[in-house]
Design a binder for this molecule. Structure first.
Ligand SMILES: Cc1cc2nc3c(=O)[nH]c(=O)nc-3n(C[C@H](O)[C@H](O)[C@H](O)COP(=O)(O)O)c2cc1C
Length: 330
């Protein structure tokens, strides 16, 4: 405690509560590929390579992007609880250690942080067709600010680029259609209703719904249905890109992804990250060719408006005790 009786570090219940909120972060196939430890002062974040997708993500690029998304969720959850965070990224490049987080009491909580924290539980991956994003003129500058803050680029594709992106998406699906390792991995993680991880059937779309969107990943299909059947997807397509393709760039891209998704959710919009097109070199190059300036495409995001507010049930998450090691300092 300091002179005015304020704790200088968050106590264990505060850490548990913040991580319980932060674990809602999106991750590739809901693998939640992270581990953490808290010694009473600092929180350490590690990638969990046992949860890496060895076929879809051999380099661990999406694993680190997912951990970056968690890192931004962690900072948001602590900030909303009155704790400023200082992050050292990649403190040991020879290991899976991705970030060290230190805490200091915050003077105040900004409206933006409050809005992002409140959006964490409302955000979900919406794989159905969308209406155009409402109030786009107001939202777009905020997304540009996200890009600047996280040292990435966020490009909004022209409507005419959609067909080329759909072609790249079809190309990546065709190249994997007979790849047993990719398909086994996809079916392991998606469509099984596992209690703590993976993509449940309730979050997936039917073949007809996937066709209406045109750029979605071909997950195992949900039973036949045609939700939002009256819509042709009118989402905006955004590309998060980085200057180069290293773990540091992946971590920053994940932080930017989280911030962008929360900004959109806070603005009442619905979102869907897409990475299947970035997993295959030829389709990744096709996205790069759509960008106005050089950038390495990391994640494509569909942003739109959902015609109803009824969301799918929340996807599962691992209990905090599953990934957090709590031990006392010294
Ligand atoms: C790095 C990354 C890649 C993702 N790739 C895809 C994708 O290609 N297609 C898709 O529909 N969802 C994708 N997602 C969304 C995840 O599947 C989703 O976050 C996860 O299943 C948890 O569900 P929720 O976002 O609804 O909480 C991706 C998320 C991340 C962070």
């Amino acid at each position: 405690m300091d002179a005015i009786g304020t704790a200088r570090v968050p106590d264990h219940p505060t850490v548990q509560a913040a991580l319980s909120l932060a674990r809602r972060a999106p991750s590739v196939h809901n693998t939640q590929p992270w581990r953490m430890s808290f010694d009473g002062h600092r929180l350490q974040l590690y990638g969990d390579t046992y949860r890496r997708l060895s076929s879809a993500d051999p380099q661990g690029r999406q694993l680190i992007i997912s951990c970056g998304a968690l890192l931004d969720h962690i900072r948001t959850a602590f900030a909303a609880a009155g704790w400023a965070t200082e992050v050292t990224r990649l403190p040991d490049t020879a290991s899976d250690h991705l970030a060290e987080i230190e805490f200091a009491p915050a003077r105040d909580v900004s409206d933006r942080i409050r809005a992002h924290a409140a959006a964490i539980d409302r955000r979900y991956t919406d794989r159905l067709p969308m209406l155009p994003p409402r109030d786009w003129e107001r939202v777009e500058p905020a997304l540009r600010a996200v890009a600047t803050a996280h040292e990435v680029t966020v490009d909004v594709l022209e409507a005419s680029a959609r067909l080329r992106l759909a072609a790249a998406s079809a190309q990546s699906a065709a190249l994997r259609e007979y790849d047993p390792q990719y398909l086994n991995e996809l079916h392991w993680w998606a469509g099984n209703d596992s209690p703590a991880d993976g993509v449940p059937i309730s979050a997936l779309v039917s073949a007809a719904e996937l066709a209406q969107v045109g750029v979605g990943r071909a997950f195992p299909t949900a039973p036949p249905s045609l939700r939002r059947g009256e819509l042709t997807d009118a989402s905006r397509l955004l590309v998060i890109g980085s200057a180069a393709d290293s773990p540091g760039h992946w971590l920053r891209s994940g932080e930017a992804l989280s911030s962008l998704l929360l900004e959109c959710t806070a603005a009442g919009l619905t979102t869907c990250p897409l990475t299947h097109i970035t997993e295959v070199p030829v389709s990744r190059r096709a996205i790069a060719a759509l960008l106005p300036k050089h950038a390495v495409p990391q994640v494509v995001v569909r942003v739109g408006t959902a015609p109803t507010t009824a969301a799918a049930p929340p996807t599962p998450r691992r209990p905090v005790g599953d990934f957090l090691d709590l031990h006392r300092a010294g």
